[in-house]
Design a protein around this ligand. Structure first.
Ligand code: PNS
Length: 186
């Protein structure tokens, strides 16, 4: 049997626990899963493509059959390029279905060989979206438990200048400490 390669395309701005839940489920049923971050010039993202890809790389590090990539243009063309035969997408609620159905059927029209596989994330993430996470974080609400710790910290650093300053001061203090230690030795 040839190995089944799937792509999991999306914006991932930022990656949420719902995305990670789906990646974990996908990694169990596909031989190889490529998490593909769309480089979309039209949108004004919160995190750059490089930032999103590097967060996803760190978050999926433990899955040996998962890798992260970026793409632009048509999803179906990217799938062909990486020899994927499946597109993985998550459906959280009925409200997702219409958009996902449209996309899956359009992708099928463009590339009949490519199958879309829908998976359900854990029900505790069924209301979770990157857009809501961004909004809540931007307005100062708690996003604990909705995104991995790494993403929570990155959101804080991105949105809160005071947090950035705190981190910077802590870094500077560390540097000063190292310098004075170095001097003592010399
Ligand atoms: O996480 P998102 O933003 O819901 O992901 C949407 C995504 C990236 C899967 C979709 O916008 C997409 O496939 N874009 C690439 C361009 C493309 O192929 N468009 C036709 C889709 S039918």
């Amino acid at each position: 049997m040839p190995k089944v390669i799937a792509i999991y395309p999306g914006s991932f701005d930022p990656p949420t626990n719902g995305h990670l839940d789906l990646i974990q489920r996908g990694s169990r049923i596909f031989d190889e899963l490529i998490v593909a971050v769309l480089r979309n010039a039209e949108k004004a993202p919160l995190f750059s493509v490089a930032e999103r890809a590097s967060m996803l790389e760190l978050l999926t590090h433990d899955y040996s059959n998962v890798r992260v990539d970026t793409f632009d243009g048509l999803t179906v063309e990217y799938a062909v390029k990486v020899n994927a035969t499946c597109v993985l997408r998550g459906i959280r609620a009925v409200s997702d279905y219409e958009y996902e159905l449209q996309m899956a059927l359009m992708n099928r029209k463009l590339q009949p060989e490519l199958e879309t596989v829908f998976m359900l994330p854990a029900e505790k993430y069924s209301y979770l979206s990157s857009r809501l996470v961004r909004e809540v974080a931007q307005l100062g609400g708690s996003i604990q438990g909705l995104v991995p710790g790494l993403v929570e910290q990155s959101l804080k650093a991105k949105l809160d200048p005071a947090y950035k300053l705190e981190q910077y001061s802590a870094g500077m203090a560390g540097l000063q400490g190292n310098k004075s230690k170095g001097r003592k030795k010399g």
